[in-house]
Design a protein around this ligand. Structure first.
Ligand code: A2P
Length: 336
């Protein structure tokens, strides 16, 4: 099983490698980052996923800088992904916000820069990542325009600040529109994807168009309700999925003497997508990349493939934040 996916990049004259297992860092805090990252690097991770909105780029930057200066890691050996925040979904903000991310990360370039979400919020200042209007509702930007935004993303590749560019949470028609009108194609998309939300149409579309897919919340994001509460959102109506306790997964894990999380991740990489499980627990960080010493049989693969619940498997559309943007013309997910 290859440990890398090939990703398009104009900078590296066509191709670069994105490690198929990366470390997710949403909700990883200042206190946790140093140990999390050093454990991950020592365990073989060479792909770190963050975002301006995770508010931890600064701590990731401090740790990377230490590892670089101690000679424990070379910049060119690690694949760093970050994302344009929703408050910056306008062409005129892209450069400023990527520069801010690079400054926090203490890097000259990122390997992949993603538009975090097709829907933007109004910019009330760089530190206000969930800006509210006078009615205490999220201040949604109804003027986000993807094609001009994408041109500004392309400019970042020209300027050397991003080796490749992509999107996150976009649907097929939004990606198609960019592909039909771009100079630099989408290299990667990061979407919610787990055994209950397998997104076969989106995955096929991406394969046909040379876009690598990276699965966020590959374990079903057991910690996401905590995340909602952290940002002051009600978790009322939030749906939880528990792929970790799915009986088919538990059985297969027992057979291979592996853990359910490892079977979930193994399935996804065999399905052809990269995974970025988040963990700040040293044992689980190690477990989540220890998935290259077993292989699912065709029968096991088909059984897991059949667990797909389609849109019912989506967790993040039920988040409080998403209910506010459902009426936006660029809301990317089916509404019922
Ligand atoms: P923790 O950070 O305490 O390990 P996802 O990547 O799908 O969003 O899931 C992240 C959540 O899953 C976090 O709450 C994380 O908690 C937990 N988690 C990560 N790895 C494992 C694992 N191997 N087994 C069980 N839970 C895990």
């Amino acid at each position: 099983m290859a440990k890398n996916l090939t990703i398009n990049s104009v900078v590296t004259s066509g191709q670069m490698r994105m490690p198929i297992v990366g470390l997710g860092t949403w909700q990883a805090t200042e206190k946790e980052i140093y140990e999390t990252l050093t454990t991950a690097i020592a365990s073989g991770y060479r792909h770190i996923d963050t975002a301006y909105m995770y508010e931890n780029e600064k701590y990731i930057g401090q740790t990377l800088n230490k590892l670089f200066s101690e000679g424990k890691l070379k910049r060119e050996d690690i694949f760093i992904v970050t994302k344009l925040p929703l408050i910056a979904n306008r062409a005129e903000y892209v450069e400023t916000f990527l520069k801010r991310s690079l400054e926090s990360l203490q890097l000259d370039y990122v390997d992949l820069y993603l538009v975090h979400h097709p829907v933007g919020f109004k910019n009330h200042g760089p530190d206000n990542i969930f800006p509210k209007d006078e009615n205490d509702k999220l201040d949604v930007d109804f003027e986000t325009e993807h094609l001009t935004l994408w041109k500004a993303m392309e400019d970042q590749v020209d300027a050397g600040r991003a080796k490749s560019i992509g999107v996150s949470n976009f649907n097929i028609s939004q990606m198609r529109r960019i592909l039909e009108n771009c100079r630099i194609p989408i290299a990667n998309t990061q979407v919610e994807l787990n055994i209950y939300l397998q997104q076969p149409d989106l995955v096929s579309f991406c394969k046909e168009n040379d876009i690598t897919v990276c699965a966020y919340a590959p374990l079903g994001s057991p910690g996401y309700i905590k995340g909602l509460e952290k940002y002051g959102y009600s978790s009322e109506g939030a749906v939880e999925v528990s792929p970790l306790s799915e009986p088919i997964i538990v059985d297969i894990a027992r057979k291979y003497n592996k853990l359910p999380a490892q079977v979930l991740l193994r399935y996804l990489i065999e399905y052809g997508v990269a995974v970025i499980p988040k963990s700040t627990n040293p044992e689980r960080i190690k477990q989540n990349i220890d998935i290259f010493d077993f292989e699912l049989t065709e029968d096991e693969f088909s059984k897991i493939r059949a667990l797909d619940r389609g849109e019912k498997g989506r967790v993040f559309s039920s988040m409080g934040i998403f209910s506010v943007i459902r009426d936006h013309p660029e809301y990317p997910f089916p509404k019922d």
